[in-house]
Design a protein around this ligand. Structure first.
Ligand SMILES: *[C@@H]1O[C@H](CO)[C@@H](O)[C@H](O)[C@H]1NC(C)=O
Ligand SMILES: *[C@@H]1O[C@H](CO)[C@@H](O)[C@H](O)[C@H]1NC(C)=O
Ligand SMILES: *[C@@H]1O[C@H](CO)[C@@H](O)[C@H](O)[C@H]1NC(C)=O
Ligand SMILES: *[C@@H]1O[C@H](CO)[C@@H](O)[C@H](O)[C@H]1NC(C)=O
Ligand SMILES: *[C@@H]1O[C@H](CO)[C@@H](O)[C@H](O)[C@H]1NC(C)=O
Ligand SMILES: *[C@@H]1O[C@H](CO)[C@@H](O)[C@H](O)[C@H]1NC(C)=O
Length: 375
């Protein structure tokens, strides 16, 4: 008796999975037995611009939340991909450390093979539908796309196979920054009518629903980042009335409230949901350290962005394709913590990804991502 080699099996599976989309009644998988390679740990990515590898290239955005033009991508890809950085994102490095290829945005035309996972993240997205409603793919919609995918998997591969596949996968989620900072750009009434804590509870309530729904679909291993000091990025410094360059403490306060409350929710979910495992990295501290002591981490500049305009290059004009057409660009993005007004340089992304992957227990709880992938 000959058994197919893993490589052959993998090739066969990729082929079969390639037929999953678009839904075709003519595809018969003969029960789909043995299709997935053993030990396949896929990566499903949800969230905002921290993780968006190009989904927003394919939607109608009216707010400029796209990065598919130069100089985005200049350092690593040498062309713009839609990523809000000069190169790779945190999620790209995580995929690399997990020995997976870069995870393709699900809206990428012609991409229908989901064996390594999928990236649903959309720049500008929030946990609340109201956050930039109509011009981003909000978290709840990202969940719906994922659910459509899992029902298709079940149909084609059977319940047992799908359960194993989804249970082994890691689900990376980054959300909240836009919910907390966008209201300050528009004088939204949302934050004026309720308390800060009530607002945070609403964001976390919606995020928790999404986590529970992914769990219901079969997801067990979840990876998160805490929110950074949101008022200390170039964009929010420039936004602060008075132009003093100080951090916008009201926004940072929301991030702090969020981080404390979300950690409690994760601990509760771990008790409530059988098999639920999580990793959350203290990115708040990692950001603060790099912003305040850039040279300690190999950077020359921690407060001003490499690309943008105005004070701290905090006006989101990088590339000149949004409402403001003029922008400045530094010579060497690797010397900067921030590439544009609100997003890290590739070098900073890599440092954060390393912390998430192999951080010690004072940085990542309860697991680091490496341990989560190996579970
Ligand atoms: C985007 O907008 C254009 C023009 O309004 C429209 O023709 C097109 O169908 C829209 N595309 C999507 C994906 O909504
Ligand atoms: C999910 O699939 C249903 C049925 O095919 C479709 O109507 C819906 O638009 C899909 N949802 C998303 C978010 O793609
Ligand atoms: C918000 O409202 C205040 C007072 O009404 C006004 O001075 C300020 O310019 C507004 N800010 C924005 C971003 O619209
Ligand atoms: C989710 O957000 C909506 C606003 O978009 C809010 O009305 C609702 O209460 C939130 N849900 C939870 C469970 O917090
Ligand atoms: C850019 O800066 C990084 C970090 O300081 C350095 O390693 C690299 O050599 C610089 N690249 C160029 C082209 O100067
Ligand atoms: C975490 O602990 C390591 C040593 O175990 C130490 O080097 C590092 O500075 C600590 N980091 C933080 C953020 O406390």
């Amino acid at each position: 008796m000959e058994t197919p080699t893993t490589t052959k099996l993998y090739a066969l599976c990729s082929l079969l999975l390639a037929f999953l989309f678009p839904i075709s009644n003519s595809v018969q998988l003969d029960g789909g037995k043995l299709c997935l390679p053993e030990k396949q740990t896929s990566l499903f990515i949800f969230g905002d611009s921290i993780f968006d590898a190009g989904n927003n290239n394919y939607i109608n955005v009216t707010n400029g939340f796209q990065a598919n033009f130069e100089p985005y991508g200049e350092t690593f890809f040498k062309y713009p991909t839609g990523r809000f950085s000069d190169g790779r994102l945190i999620s790209d490095f995580i995929a690399e450390y997990a020995k997976l290829p870069l995870i393709t945005p699900y809206l990428h035309p012609g991409y229908h093979s989901y064996i390594d996972g999928a990236n649903f993240a959309s720049a500008g997205a929030g946990a609340l539908v109201e956050t930039l409603q109509g011009s981003v793919i909000d978290l709840t919609t990202q969940l719906s796309v994922f659910k459509n995918l899992t029902s298709l998997f079940r149909k084609k591969l059977g319940d047992a196979e799908t359960k194993t596949f989804l249970g082994r996968a890691v689900y990376l989620i980054d959300i909240g920054s836009n919910d907390y900072s966008i209201p300050f750009t528009t004088n939204s009434s949302m934050l004026q009518s309720i308390s800060q804590q009530e607002f945070v509870d609403m964001v976390i309530g919606n995020l928790t629903i999404v986590i529970k729904e992914i769990y219901k679909e079969g997801g067990r291993k979840f990876g998160f980042l805490s929110l950074p000091p949101l008022g200390c990025v170039p964009f929010t410094r420039a936004l602060k009335p008075g132009n003093t360059g100080a951090c916008f403490e009201e926004i940072t306060a929301l991030a702090k409230l969020h981080n404390a409350a979300f950690l409690k929710v994760l601990q509760t979910l771990e008790r409530q949901l059988n098999g639920f495992r999580y990793s959350i990295a203290d990115v708040y501290t990692a950001f603060s350290e790099r912003i305040n002591n850039p040279s300690k981490y190999g950077f020359k500049e921690g407060k001003t962005a490499c690309c943008g305009s105005g004070p701290y290059r905090g006006i989101l004009s990088c590339g000149g394709k949004r409402s403001v057409k003029e922008y400045e660009l530094c010579e060497n993005a690797s010397e900067y913590v921030f590439f544009d007004s609100a997003h890290l340089s590739e070098r900073a992304n890599q440092q954060v990804a390393k912390l998430m992957w192999s951080g010690t227990s004072n940085i990542t709880t309860s697991y680091n991502l490496k341990a989560l992938f190996e579970l």
